[in-house]
Design a protein around this ligand. Structure first.
Ligand SMILES: *Cc1c(COP(=O)(O)O)cnc(C)c1O
Length: 401
């Protein structure tokens, strides 16, 4: 058994995918699926996107890795483009920021937390984040994650983290004592159930952080790079953060994360403060360069906005879907109690998988849908028909191989 060597960290996977093309996946039995999950909001340009494939293949045949002791060729353009997109909303018309590459989301959050500590100084190392948030699995990112059950097996957590109810400005303001140096928020809580922050909430948080010299760190790892219908989710609220973390969609599946900070904050990091052997390597950066070029050429935020509205309408028309929340192409469908009939969204997702649709249960009662920007309206209709069939025709019936 080839799986014997893997730790039992994810349970038993139901399917082995062997190939992908755009919105479609094929498993090792030759069955076709529609991918409305994108590997957790990662493959925004779809599977095997020709421009990304070509960029990665060409870079792999040229130079994969040299370490951060040396510069590499794709980086300058990526940094320029990312900085421009991060500051392309209201309040972003400022001096260019600076970027540090990492290999994953949790590492980007970890780097942001260390940067905030270094910039704010000892005694102002406190971090306030929201219940229901998800910021990653390393110890500090886990401490920022507002899910006490995920902390429990790993106590004690690093010191200085506290959590407040999401989208409740009074609660957040009350938690801001002089030890707090940073507030960390998602513009839409992704893992927490696809729950958007109110625009006025983020505006009020921005204001109070300005008044008290607290850094506003927006974790855009799931929402960033066009997924919500803007380049970054905070741009819906018209606020500009001090620090931004990115990862998931950045490499269309090639592992890469990044943290951006406004220049005076970024200046807190000097050589020796933080590092990573792999981070920012030519292979990953070549993928990012291709992803950013494609996303800009197709105007990915506009696409996510338009297709997201279409998907929302289709979902709301399904018997068994009570409501739909989220932004752009990051949506959650809340299932009605009748449709659920005692079954969890996880069971619904698993029945969808049996019928060729990849989604996941993001809460016990809600499905997450995050199709790629290259999904066609026919594929949106096909995916929604599969879900409608699952919610309508009862359970246990699987398609024939
Ligand atoms: C997925 C996610 C992370 C963690 O990213 P990894 O690459 O899995 O470490 C952090 N924050 C948010 C908002 C995420 O959605």
């Amino acid at each position: 058994m080839s799986r014997a060597a893997l730790m039992n960290n994810y349970g038993t996977p139901p399917v082995t995918f062997v190939r992908g093309d755009g919105t479609e996946l094929w498993d090792d039995r030759g069955r076709r699926y529609l991918d409305f999950l994108c590997g957790l909001a990662v493959t925004g340009l779809g599977h095997a996107h020709p421009a990304v494939t070509e960029a990665v293949a060409a870079q792999a045949g040229t130079l994969i890795h040299t370490s951060n002791l040396f510069a590499n060729e794709p980086t300058a353009e990526v940094v320029e483009t990312l900085d421009r997109l991060i500051r392309s909303g209201p309040g972003g018309d400022t001096e260019p920021g600076r970027i540090l590459f990492q290999n994953s989301g949790a590492e980007a959050v970890e780097a942001a937390l260390k940067l905030a500590r270094k910039h704010q100084g000892r005694g102002r190392h406190g971090v306030v984040s929201a219940y229901g948030s998800f910021h990653g699995r390393t110890l500090a990112a886990l401490a920022a994650t507002g899910q006490p059950t995920k902390h429990e097996p790993f106590q004690p957590m690093p010191e200085g983290f506290r959590h407040v109810p999401f989208d409740d400005f009074g609660a957040l303001e009350a938690a801001l004592d002089p030890t707090v140096g940073a507030v960390v928020l998602e513009s839409v809580q992704g893992e927490g159930g696809v729950v958007p922050a109110g625009d006025e909430y983020l505006q009020a948080v921005r204001r109070v952080c300005d008044e008290r010299g607290i850094l506003l760190v927006m974790d855009e790892i799931q929402t960033g790079l066009a997924r919500t219908g803007r380049w970054f989710g905070y741009q819906h609220a018209g606020v500009q953060p001090d620090v931004v973390t990115m990862a998931k969609a950045l490499g269309n599946g090639v592992p890469v994360g990044a943290v951006w900070a406004r220049p005076d904050v970024a200046a807190a990091f000097v050589p020796g403060d933080h590092g990573s052997t792999f981070a920012g390597q030519p292979l990953a950066l070549a993928a990012v360069r291709a992803v950013l070029a494609q996303m800009q050429a197709m105007d990915a935020p506009a696409v996510a906005d338009r297709l997201g509205a279409d998907l929302r309408d289709r979902l709301l028309a399904i018997d068994g879907v009570d409501s739909v929340r989220g932004r752009g192409l990051l949506l959650a469908a809340e299932l009605s109690e009748e449709a659920g009939a005692g079954r969890s969204a996880k069971d619904v997702a698993s029945a969808c998988l049996d019928r060729g649709l990849v989604v996941n249960g993001v809460t016990p009662t809600a499905l997450r849908l995050a199709p790629p920007f290259v999904v066609s309206t026919e594929q949106l209709a096909e995916g929604c028909a599969i879900l409608a069939g699952v919610l309508e025709r009862g359970w246990g019936a699987t398609r024939s191989p």
